[in-house]
Write a new protein. Structure first.
Length: 394
């Protein structure tokens, strides 16, 4: 299927195009077309736009080198505004009207919850979604769901293990989470990690919640502050807006507390929103540091300069780039004329594969998650540095 493209758009123009409802990737005469359903407007827009930028940057790099078996790659992106019903509608359009070969880089847990049944019904791949939720990681796995990134269970386990190593007591850990399947996924992951340490009274830990799509954080903050034990660390599972508001307000009552966020928060957006108040905030990442001396990260930085107008590196577009890099290996393995089933088979047949991250990734019939790696980072002087848990507290 061939589609005409347009010149490469910078991020601002990209957002305008997505707000119009649909954007065909800037890849002229594309033969292999894929889809992305993600927020390009609303509070989670930086996540969708970041994933799109990373994927399109790698597609542009591949196309400049001749494509895959001489065929160019294109991406059709639709804005779901982080709304489940809109995500379902967009998914049907991509599969039935646009006839994409697969979806790549979709964003969000509540949106994935309603679209996964559709991808299974339509026998179309959902690959590399920007979420670590368990709904995408069933046992046995759904054939048409393949993940790139580590799970929220792995991210929150990294947090819990690190906090205990730093000397924080389990009862001094609190939670502030989005009141939906996304918040539940992060919270339940932390509970599993605490249980693994032999801690059983996890239900007594302070837990505040907020409603998706709002920044009404005060009731959740009150729930945390009303508990008899003053928290020394608060694990936050939410997007950057309410997370920033919560941290800003909570610092007034808990000036010495640690604030920890899962990767979905949007690291750069959170830093920009908080400014100086971001100092010491911890965020787990599922991709390497942006300055890592790794071939894949070097390629990413160069590709941004060449194909994304010199755009600044960030963790979200890096994830999109790396996910696309692995995805294209699966497309190559699908053969000269890949169809939907061949691409699934190509990815699941990759086994162990090195894409330039020092450690190989792995996919197989019973292994639908390529990476298990988590990098905990802390904001210091406006930069993201790796956390040293043992020396984190005075």
């Amino acid at each position: 299927m061939r589609r005409s493209g347009a010149p490469f758009l910078n991020l601002a123009l990209l957002k305008i195009a997505l707000l119009a409802g649909m954007l065909v990737s800037p890849l002229a005469q594309a033969d292999l077309t894929f889809g992305l359903v993600a927020p390009a407007s609303g509070g989670a827009a930086p996540l969708g736009l970041g994933m799109q930028k990373g994927i399109e940057t790698y597609f542009a790099e591949v196309n400049a080198a001749g494509g895959v078996n001489g065929e160019k790659l294109a991406l059709i992106a639709r804005d779901d505004q982080y709304k489940p019903l809109q995500a379902a509608s967009n998914t049907r359009q991509l599969v039935h009207d646009d006839k994409v070969l697969a979806a790549i880089g979709n964003v969000g847990t509540p949106t994935a919850t309603v679209t996964i049944p559709l991808y299974n019904e339509f026998e179309t791949l959902l690959y590399g979604a920007f979420t670590g939720a368990g709904v995408l990681r069933k046992t046995p796995p759904d054939r048409y769901v393949i993940n790139y990134r580590a799970s929220y269970v792995q991210e929150t386990a990294t947090m819990v293990n690190g906090l205990l190593e730093a000397g924080i007591k389990p009862e001094e850990i609190a939670f502030f989470t989005q009141n939906d399947s996304f918040g539940d996924a992060g919270y339940n992951g932390a509970m599993q990690a605490l249980n693994a340490h032999g801690i059983d009274n996890t239900s007594s830990l302070a837990h505040g919640r907020f409603t998706r799509g709002t920044r009404n954080i005060h009731q959740g903050l009150a729930s945390v502050l009303e508990e008899p034990v003053t928290p020394r660390a608060i694990i936050i599972v939410g997007t950057y807006g309410p997370a920033a508001d919560f941290i800003r307000e909570a610092r007034n009552d808990l000036p010495d507390a640690l604030f920890l966020n899962v990767s979905f928060v949007g690291s750069q957006a959170l830093l920009d929103e908080l400014g100086d108040l971001s100092e010491g905030v911890i965020i787990t990442q599922v991709v390497p540091p942006l300055d890592a001396d790794l071939p894949a990260v070097d390629d990413y930085r160069q590709a941004l300069n060449t194909y994304a107008g010199g755009s600044e590196p960030d963790f979200i577009s890096l994830e999109g780039y790396l996910a696309a890099k692995l995805f294209v290996e699966g497309v190559k393995a699908a053969g000269a004329e890949p169809n939907r089933e061949a691409i699934v088979n190509g990815l699941l047949g990759l086994g162990s594969i090195d894409i330039g991250l020092a450690e190989p990734l792995s996919l197989g019939p019973n292994d639908h998650q390529a990476s298990d790696a988590v990098w905990p980072t802390i904001i210091k002087n406006g930069r993201f540095e790796l956390v040293e848990w043992a020396s984190l507290l005075p």
